[in-house]
Design a protein around this ligand. Structure first.
Ligand SMILES: N[C@@H](CCC(=O)N[C@@H](CS)C(=O)NCC(=O)O)C(=O)O
Length: 206
């Protein structure tokens, strides 16, 4: 059986659990990280020497790094679906997954940690404002691709939507100003209709 280690309010765990839910995979999830701890044990280190969440184990296969987990589950259990067989569609899905980690996550992390995880007296309002401005310049790139097609890589949901879709819930559930992004909003509304997104991503942003 598939085992997922990670707490439900972790964005990186949410990506994996959304895929697990989309595909209806039999699984167990073990709370780890944050208030649950457990990442510094020898057993966890043997599974994931990077000592972060998520980690997945599928029979003899252990994978960590959330996007590697998403890619593995999509390729193993949903080829032609979340895992696009078409080379170009897969490249575009990969592109948006990588872009989230390399580009969008830095300012999103500054806003999330600054506003949600830091007590008000210790916040750095200037850094938060700069990150909010940066996000207002980055999300329009997603809006532009979604003006052309209903999902980020093609006309249907693929693994490319998973990390960005999870991040989108966070972006729209923090007390910040956002530009008008009609195509992102329509895509977000489509994602919110999906049961797996409701169960694993639409959680309080804490
Ligand atoms: N690049 C890694 C980042 C993993 C990561 O930083 N996970 C965070 C939670 S989102 C973590 O393990 N934090 C320590 C903790 O929760 O105790 C991935 O995508 O999986």
């Amino acid at each position: 059986m598939l085992t997922v280690w990670g707490r439900p309010n972790s964005l990186n765990v949410q990506k994996v659990m959304w895929v697990v839910g989309e595909l209806g995979l039999e699984h167990q999830r073990i709370d780890a990280g944050g208030v649950f701890g457990g990442l510094d044990t020898p057993d966890y280190g043997a599974l994931n020497p990077n000592r972060k969440i998520p980690t997945i184990q599928d029979g003899p296969v252990v994978v960590w790094e959330s996007h590697a987990c998403v890619r593995y589950l999509a390729a193993r259990y949903n080829p032609g679906g979340l895992w696009p067989e078409d080379l170009v569609i897969r490249a575009h899905a990969d592109m948006w997954m990588d872009w989230l980690h390399t580009t969008l996550m830095a300012p999103l992390g500054v806003v999330f940690w600054g506003l949600i995880r830091t007590p008000e007296p210790q916040r750095d309002p200037a850094a938060i404002a700069r990150a909010v401005d940066e996000l207002a310049k980055l999300w329009p790139l997603v809006d532009a691709v979604l003006a052309q097609q209903p999902f980020v890589a093609c006309k249907r949901l693929t693994m490319g939507d998973i990390p960005l879709g999870a991040a989108c819930h966070r972006y729209y559930n923090m007390p910040i100003e956002r530009p008008s992004l009609p195509h992102v909003e329509a895509w977000h509304a489509r994602l919110q209709e999906r049961r797996a997104y409701q169960s694993h991503v639409m959680l309080p942003v804490t």
